[in-house]
Ligand binder design. Structure first.
Ligand code: HEM
Length: 409
């Protein structure tokens, strides 16, 4: 009997699509069809290790074009494999793991937070405000003077790429059209650096990107450099969603807000890790097998499509006790296994496709928790804070409304 198509069930069950079936089938993996295409859906630290390590899976034709064109895009580091990927990935790792660069990212966030807060006289929707705050942070961090940028336009385009990646039809097409404007702007910026019209700090991420050479010694072409610039800017804006979830967690479990406000910040890092584990972001990541192999009784042939369930892995009982409970303390004695906490992918940073922006994400979130609990006064009026697990990417319904916001005295 042919495997039934699960596209409708995937949309109906949302983030719980895999989780429900893994439980029902008592299995790490199951076969199905999505959009008519046969797929194996798998989860757990062992599945993540197989998926991320050993160069078994390529990202080539592994995600629908509706997702691909709004997120990483063709020609990006994610679309590469083998030595070429390794080389391009090293550039991202250099830019995104440098201690000074990360410190600067935090400082810029704090600076932009206070700058924006000065204008918040009435109630604000945190998620909306963070889009502009983080666009300014991202632009400044890569090395661009924000006064030379149409910030509202860029903020709208970058946020639209994230918001609409999980949608189909007109909203997705529109966001892709708007993305072309970002690409044009980014391409012109790169060309400006090459011809000397745009001056940038030689150590800045933008300069590193513009002058990066491929393995054969040639300069990145303009389109690829533009795509990679967007791959620095867009995800920094995306971190706003995790910051909203951090604000939600501080609200739902106010004892943490009180602990941090008292100056006891020992668990801020653990709190942030738990936010990244507990709340939904990307549901799955797709890959296509590069060679045949067997795993847990499943035979994979070249070209087979696999979806690694990130959400189910972050809530896998074999790795996390009582996974449905929000419990930052669990990270006090966490082993740091790279394949158990995988909201930003698993495996190794350089050798595989693990997110190079993980430390940057954590730094921004820690700074946000610090600012929310110690440096900002605010109230949380009644609102709809439910998080639908059927909406990709997830967010509290209200976007998290804050009232009476100002610097803590
Ligand atoms: C890759 C999620 C923040 C840049 C990834 C992957 C995931 C992810 C799941 C792995 C994709 C795969 O396996 O193919 C996230 C989430 C973020 C975040 C949830 C926070 C909201 C960032 C930041 C940056 C960044 C802040 C850079 C400033 C990238 C790049 C890749 C990537 C360039 C491609 C890596 C490769 O293919 O080797 N991200 N990310 N991300 N991320 Fe992130």
């Amino acid at each position: 009997m042919p495997t039934p198509d699960s596209s409708i069930a995937f949309l109906a069950d949302g983030y719980l699509f895999g989780h429900r079936r893994f439980l029902r089938m008592r299995s790490d993996a199951f076969r199905t069809r999505i959009m008519g295409r046969p797929a194996v859906v798998m989860h757990g630290s062992e599945a993540a290790r197989i998926f991320y390590e050993g160069d078994r899976f390529t990202r080539d034709r592994a995600m629908p074009t509706s997702v691909l064109h709004l997120l990483q895009d063709e020609g990006s580091v994610q679309s590469l494999a083998g030595a070429v990927h390794h080389h391009r990935k090293s550039l991202f790792a250099r830019m995104l793991t440098d201690d000074d660069a990360l410190r600067r990212l935090r400082e810029l966030y704090a600076d932009e937070w206070f700058r924006a807060m000065a204008d918040w006289s009435a109630a604000v929707i945190l998620h909306e405000k963070l889009i502009t705050v983080l666009t300014r942070v991202a632009v400044r961090w890569v090395g661009i003077n924000p006064d030379t940028v149409d910030i509202p336009a860029r903020a709208g385009e970058l946020a639209g790429m994230i918001e609409n990646a999980g949608k189909f039809g007109p909203p997705n097409w529109l966001a892709r059209q708007r993305r072309h404007r970002t690409e044009r702007w980014a391409g012109e910026l790169i060309a400006g650096i090459w011809n000397g019209d745009v001056l940038v700090d030689p150590g800045s991420p933008l300069a590193q990107l513009a002058h990066h050479t491929e393995l054969d010694g040639s300069r990145l072409d303009q389109a690829a450099a533009a795509v990679e610039l967007i791959n620095l800017l867009r995800p920094i804006v995306a971190v706003g969603r995790f910051i909203v979830f951090a604000a939600l967690a501080l609200h739902v479990w106010p004892s943490w807000r009180r602990v941090f406000a008292s100056g006891d910040t020992a668990d801020v890092g653990n709190f942030v890790q738990e936010v990244r584990r507990y709340y939904p972001f990307f549901p799955v990541i797709g890959g296509r097998a590069q060679h045949g192999f067997e795993w847990h009784g499943h035979r994979f042939e070249i070209g087979d499509w696999v979806l690694l369930d990130l959400f189910a892995t972050n809530r896998d009982e074999r790795s996390w006790s009582d996974p449905g409970r929000f419990q930052p303390e669990r990270f006090r004695d966490w082993t740091g296994d790279p394949n158990t906490l995988i909201p930003q992918g698993g495996g190794d940073l350089i050798d595989g496709h693990r997110c190079p922006g993980e430390r940057a994400t954590i730094e921004l979130m820690e700074e946000a928790v610090h600012l929310l609990s110690r440096a900002t006064h605010y109230a949380v009026p009644p609102q709809d804070l439910r998080v639908s697990l059927r909406r990709f990417p997830a967010l509290p319904e209200s976007g998290f409304v804050m009232d009476a916001v100002g610097p803590a005295v």
